[in-house]
Ligand binder design. Structure first.
Ligand code: SF4
Ligand code: SF4
Length: 472
């Protein structure tokens, strides 16, 4: 039954295959020989199968676990260096017809304040986001064909791209909206979206059906096959994710990697990103009602094992996580984080009054973007506002082949330096600017190619003189 190439959800995410995988992982969780062989394979940096990675996740040998963490750090360094790409979510509407029991936007929640941004309100939000320094957004919206039809999403994307305020610009809009048709994905592609992100929430079909009792999202197959339709509609950068805490984490982990293998087998391109949200408090949602919450150590282990299993896939962590939790997983493989986020509908232009709570979840990291950028640099990371690949047409298999050949490095570091320089010039506080300038001078020296180094040096000077938007 299990067939990674199949376009049927229950064949590429096959329940029996996951159960066999978990049994295999249990059998070998203390098997030094098997675990060592898998770690050696992972050192080739070409990834692991869901079965192999599941053994590493289950591994109970302390010295081997330390090897897994060390390898995750090494792979992170080799593929992403110390760069961390920055983004912010923008909630357009929290009207939703679905009944997801873990999300406060479910349609039976009568306490949450329902809001939908008008195009003028979107303009105000985007200007506020630009004034913070953001260049990359992920738009979010509940599913509601009457209040938030696709035409509304398309119009909103157009509005976002059209706003040029001072030196600001949103250069990449990623989209996190409900599963839809190939035809609608084509329209999103034509609107110039970056990544189409859709979280599976849980790969366990029975649990999925319980957690999604009503609404179009209750159709497991339609939801699970959405990334395939997005690919068929021409969107070749797609993002996966589960909501850890809903089901057994080892089940979800195997499902996530099977989904990645499926995309690679069926379309020749693995997922562009994997997000690792954990369930957290929100209006009318108490995370303790869900039995499968994961602790900090398990969370770190999941991130490390995803990193070694799919080295080419970006990994995203949001402000659901505290600064401490974020710091730990940044080292182990996370390559993108949000900063200064508001998870309410509106809230960037003007803070939302408490009695009008419209947030999807409570933020754990409340710092401003400037504070997050400064914090990252002090930890030795290089914040990047780069959006170059999508704008240069480096998406899907073109992007992946550049990644796999290692050549993407020649673009990422120069672009990180130039976009950080823009940020420092236009938005940073005095302290952030001081720390950032030092960091840029140091990182510039690590560009191996002299010609590239010279070009970047010249462009950094031009940015200081007021020019913008250079990219490799
Ligand atoms: S998770 Fe998405 S689909 Fe479900 S209730 Fe929340 S906004 Fe609606
Ligand atoms: S060059 Fe491409 S891969 Fe590298 S940071 Fe920029 S957008 Fe990402």
């Amino acid at each position: 039954m299990y067939n990674p190439k199949s376009l049927k959800a229950e064949e590429f995410i096959n329940h029996e295959e996951i159960l066999d995988t978990l049994a295999y992982a249990d059998k070998h969780k203390k098997d030094e020989k098997v675990i060592s062989a898998i770690i050696e394979k992972a050192k080739l940096k070409k990834g692991l199968s869901h079965r192999e990675a599941s053994v590493l996740l289950a591994c109970e040998l302390e010295d081997k676990n330390q090897e897994i963490y060390a390898l995750a750090k090494q792979i992170k360094q080799d593929f992403y260096g110390n760069r961390i790409v920055m983004f912010a979510p923008l909630y357009l509407s929290n009207y939703c017809v679905n009944g997801c029991v873990y999300c406060p936007y479910h349609h039976t929640n009568k306490t949450i304040c329902r809001k939908k941004l008008t195009q003028d309100e979107i303009r105000a939000e985007v200007i506020a986001l630009q004034d913070m320094g953001h260049k990359r957004l992920a738009i979010e919206s509940g599913e509601d064909p009457v209040n938030n039809p696709l035409e509304y999403i398309l119009e909103s994307i157009k509005t976002i791209y059209s706003i040029k305020h001072k030196n600001g610009a949103i250069r990449r809009v990623n989209v996190n909206i409900a599963a839809t048709t190939v035809e609608n994905y084509k329209k999103l592609k034509d609107a110039g979206i970056g990544t189409y992100i859709l979280f599976q929430e849980t790969y366990h079909k029975q649990s999925y059906e319980k957690l999604h009792p009503t609404g179009p999202k209750s159709n497991y197959a339609y939801h699970t096959e959405a990334h395939d339709r997005a690919m068929q509609g021409g969107i070749d950068d797609v993002g996966l994710g589960v909501l850890f805490g809903l089901e057994l984490y080892r089940y979800e982990f195997a499902g996530l990697l099977m989904h990645a293998e499926h995309l690679e087998a069926a379309f020749g391109v693995g997922p562009h990103t994997i997000s690792v949200p954990r369930i957290c408090p929100a209006d009318d949602i108490d995370p303790s009602q869900f039995d499968n919450g994961i602790d900090e150590d398990t969370f770190a282990k999941i991130v490390a094992c995803i990193r070694v299993a799919v080295p080419y896939t970006g990994m995203i962590v949001s402000t659901r996580e505290s600064p401490k939790a974020r710091q730990r997983v940044l080292e182990l493989g996370v390559s993108q984080i949000s900063g200064g986020s508001r998870t309410s509908v509106g809230g960037y232009a003007e803070p939302e009054p408490q009695e009008e709570n419209s947030a999807q979840f409570d933020v754990s990291d409340h710092r401003s973007l400037d504070e997050v950028v400064c914090w990252l640099m002090k930890l030795g990371h290089l914040p990047s506002f780069c959006t170059a690949c999508y704008r240069e047409g480096r998406t899907g298999d073109r992007f992946m082949s550049l990644c796999k050949s290692g050549q993407i490095h020649n673009c990422c570091l120069p672009n990180a330096l130039m976009t950080l320089q823009e940020y420092l010039q236009d938005y940073a506080s005095g302290e952030t600017k001081k720390v950032g300038e030092k960091l840029i001078a140091k990182e510039l020296e690590s560009i191996p190619n002299e010609k590239v180094k010279q070009i970047v040096t010249d462009r950094l000077q031009k940015i200081s003189n007021g020019e913008r938007d250079f990219r490799f």
